[in-house]
Design a protein around this ligand. Structure first.
Ligand SMILES: Nc1nc2c(c(=O)[nH]1)N[C@H]1C(S)=C(S)[C@@H](COP(=O)(O)OP(=O)(O)OC[C@H]3O[C@@H](n4cnc5c(=O)[nH]c(N)nc54)[C@H](O)[C@@H]3O)O[C@H]1N2
Ligand SMILES: Nc1nc2c(c(=O)[nH]1)N[C@H]1C(S)=C(S)[C@@H](COP(=O)(O)OP(=O)(O)OC[C@H]3O[C@@H](n4cnc5c(=O)[nH]c(N)nc54)[C@H](O)[C@@H]3O)O[C@H]1N2
Ligand code: SF4
Ligand SMILES: [Mo]
Length: 715
């Protein structure tokens, strides 16, 4: 560094009056990178530095989002007191008034229309404690059956597939440290390089160790660039592609018969299915060259160890559940699970995408991955909550179906925590219409998001820098997010808000908590003996051992790094082979003369989900301040679309306007649009409402659209 620069920094440092260090984890993706945010107070202003902190999952690494994540948390637009909508304007009111209003409204609506008239909508971005408490609040505080959460859109296909095939869903069956031992890796519909950037060194190390990496994606993403082989699948055709891979393995005699006999059920049906498959037909459906399919199948089957990872590309489909099961067939038929360097990973998305799906905020679920329809599970949880089993509501419906119930006015009031459904649900215009019809709508958020804007009441939540709690990261490691910053303004922690509402509803005895740790200790007992058993995990142990991988059933249990070594978690210990047809996609929208292109949607590195947080961050927004459409040069030429021009994209449901970005990296029949923007750029206005019948997952990755150059109209 030049002398003058050094002096400049020394002088700046001298002006710092005080420094406060906040220990935390990045609030964004499932890597949960540990970091410190350092607040420096100068004479007249504050500034912030961010430093990665060493830990067993990410070893001190941070991506661009983690480096800048303090910006939204200290942003001037944070909601800092309860806001009540009066004549279309938000007016600050006291917490007492806000809580009293909630009591009056919820009580009156439930008295007039039944308990289920109030719905609860949660999130995979809240802590385990909050997810647990939200489920308990719905079942005990409100006694409504209608609760579900945004993770339905994220993890539902893989979670239901994992439970059906292995008897247990923990995103990764092996800890991340085993990735470098895998000699062949299939990355199907996952763009790790942009979505979990700090995971990449594990794969780079695998490559150095000679691993053969195969990426399956309609686009040549940053992730595909590190692959040895890229299969540019047609959107929505992963089930057919997996069938083609299975057929090659059968034809080449590469099935691990002893593993299949000892560790799986369903071989007879599978054998008949494999015999009946036509390789050329499956390959043509997937639109992938036969020779590449053969190369991929042989590389995977012949490697001594191997792993398959799937993410939303495969999963966010109306056949997502079955498509995942077909990739699990590939693992099972080649015997690649339950050993070092061999296993499966559903790459979890949100910060607490894993824990958020285990402790009872799903329509059909009680804590510890227990089932709300099983008598013994209901008895256990009711017993520990101190309520009667028959007073626990039954199973509700999935997140999008809840919006339909709102539209039908079966649900008349909603409590929304940490989600922005107007931008994140499919068929977004319908959802907006539904939410507008609510009699009383409460949103708990950091900001006036597009959805909170529609609420009658907004309650201010504390941010990740302020809110302590546990988060279960991508590898199933339960981590403790410390938080030593005081809540901004009058904001409160999400768990506190639930206790406050329970109190005014006369349910205080069930919600007596004064700290997140107390909630966690109850969660431990609630999960005890369940599939996601956290009983042996305590705050002190997490601090000492730098996180613990569940299941961890007792205080002297070390946690579980590798699942299914001896047996699977099914009743007889065997995994289930599943017959999956090429056309398990009946409900997918097909392209037609009117709507000739496939639209697929997803993410970019510098923005997060609906963008409410990252659009507030100057450094992140600077990378992309508006949405775009990735399109192949030949297709762009066909439609007369130049680079960086406004383009209208239309489906049967609506129209959006975004900028063109011409790229050879995408298939010619497909365009890609990220979903981080709202209003005229809300791509979910185009996405159809059809759901996977097995799990309620929408088909975000396939819509049929037409495009044209946008002609600005001048008035
Ligand atoms: N930067 C950033 N990181 C994030 C997030 C974010 O918003 N921004 N969100 C977090 C969350 S909640 C999640 S769930 C994860 C998601 O992480 P990913 O699932 O990796 O992200 P996506 O971009 O949705 O989709 C992955 C890839 O699927 C491809 N794809 C599209 N259609 C198909 C198809 O039919 N078949 C196949 N095989 N591939 C297809 C897309 O081209 C894309 O590259 O990321 C997490 N990390
Ligand atoms: N087209 C398309 N749509 C998709 C997807 C896709 O790939 N394509 N992916 C889907 C997936 S995987 C996901 S996970 C969903 C996510 O969809 P959403 O959950 O709707 O997205 P977020 O932007 O995370 O919304 C979180 C909201 O909570 C607020 N918030 C942040 N922290 C806190 C907190 O601690 N407490 C409270 N109370 N509020 C907080 C934020 O300000 C923001 O308004 O989107 C889904 N939608
Ligand atoms: S966005 Fe994910 S990878 Fe990036 S710093 Fe945050 S947790 Fe880590
Ligand atoms: Mo997600």
């Amino acid at each position: 560094m030049k002398h003058s620069m050094l002096n400049y920094y020394r002088e700046k440092q001298r002006q710092v009056e005080s420094e406060t260090i906040y220990n935390t984890q990045c609030p964004f993706c499932s890597m949960q990178c540990k970091k410190q945010v350092i607040e420096q107070k100068y004479v007249k202003r504050k500034s912030y530095l961010t430093k990665g902190v060493d830990n067993p999952t990410t070893h001190g690494r941070l991506c661009i989002k983690g480096m800048n994540a303090y910006q939204h948390a200290v942003h001037k637009d944070r909601v800092l007191e309860p806001l009540h909508k009066q004549n279309g304007e938000f007016v600050p009111i006291s917490w007492e008034k806000a809580l009293e209003m909630i009591r009056e409204q919820f009580t009156a609506i439930q008295a007039a229309h039944g308990k289920d008239a109030v719905g609860v909508y949660g999130s995979g971005s809240i802590t385990n404690e909050e997810a647990y408490l939200l489920g308990k609040f719905a079942r005990v505080g409100l006694q409504t059956k209608y609760i579900d959460y945004n993770g339905r859109f994220c993890m539902a296909s893989a979670a239901t597939a994992g439970n059906a095939v292995f008897g247990l869903d923990r995103g990764l069956t092996n800890s991340l440290s085993e990735i470098p031992k895998a000699k062949c890796i299939i990355l199907a519909g996952t763009n790790l390089a942009e979505c979990q950037p700090t995971i990449m060194p594990y794969f780079e190390e695998a490559r150095k160790n000679g691993s053969y990496i195969i990426v399956i994606d309609p686009r040549e993403t940053e992730t595909a660039k590190m692959a040895d082989l890229h299969l540019k699948v047609k959107p929505g055709k992963d089930a057919a592609l997996a069938n083609a891979l299975l057929k090659v393995i059968e034809k080449e005699g590469l099935i691990n018969e002893s593993f299949v006999k000892e560790r799986t059920n369903g071989w007879e049906e599978m054998k008949a299915h494999l015999t009946s498959l036509n390789l050329e037909e499956a390959a043509a459906l997937a639109s992938v060259p036969l020779k590449d399919i053969e190369l991929a199948a042989k590389a995977f089957a012949k490697a001594p160890t191997g792993m398959i990872f799937t993410a939303r590309g495969v999963e966010q489909q109306t056949d997502g559940h079955m498509a995942v099961r077909n990739f699990l067939n590939l693992l099972l038929l080649t015997g690649k699970i339950g050993q070092e360097g061999s296993g499966y990973g559903a790459v979890t998305g949100q910060s607490n995408g894993q824990g958020g799906r285990e402790h009872g905020q799903k329509a059909d679920q009680l804590p510890g991955y227990r089932s709300i329809t099983k008598k013994e599970d209901r008895d256990y949880v009711a017993g520990m909550w101190g309520v009667k089993e028959e007073d626990l509501p039954g199973k509700g419906v999935s997140a999008y179906e809840m919006m339909e119930k709102v539209h039908e006015r079966e649900i008349r009031s909603m409590l929304l925590m940490c989600s922005n459904p107007i931008v994140s649900t499919p068929n977004a215009s319908f959802v907006k219409e539904a939410l507008a019809s609510l009699d009383f709508f409460v949103a708990i958020d950091l900001f006036i998001s597009e959805t909170a804007q529609m609420a009658d009441l907004i309650l201010p939540a504390s941010s990740y820098l302020e809110d302590e709690g546990t988060m279960t990261n991508v590898e199933g490691r339960v981590t403790l997010r410390e938080a030593n910053k005081k809540p901004e303004g009058k904001s409160r922690h999400d768990w506190q808000i639930l206790c406050d509402i329970a109190k005014v509803l006369g349910k205080e005895e069930y919600f007596p908590f004064t700290s997140a740790e107390e909630v966690f200790n109850e969660l431990r007992t609630a999960s005890k003996g369940g599939r996601a058993d956290y009983y042996g995990i305590t705050y002190d142990r997490i601090r000492e051992e730098q996180g613990i991988l569940w299941p961890c059933p007792s205080l002297d249990h070390k946690g579980t790094h590798r699942l299914f070594e001896e047996s699977f978690a099914t009743a007889d210990g065997k995994a289930v082979l599943s017959v999956v047809s090429n056309d398990a996609e009946l409900k997918k929208e097909a392209v037609s003369e009117d709507y000739p292109l496939y639209l697929t949607t997803g993410r970019i590195m510098s923005h997060y989900l609906t963008g409410v947080q990252t659009r507030k961050s100057t450094n992140l927004a600077a990378h992309f301040y508006e949405s775009f459409m990735e399109i192949h040069p030949e297709t762009a030429g066909e439609y007369g679309i130049p680079e960086n021009e406004l383009v209208e994209i239309q489906s049967k449901r609506g129209t959006i306007v975004v900028r063109s970005r011409i790229s050879e990296h995408i298939r010619k029949d497909t365009i890609f649009v990220p979903f981080h923007w709202a209003e005229d750029q809300n791509v979910n206005m185009l996405v159809p409402k059809d759901l996977d019948p097995n799990c309620g997952m929408p088909g975000y990755k396939v819509s049929a659209v037409k495009i044209r150059r946008h002609e600005p109209s001048f008035v």
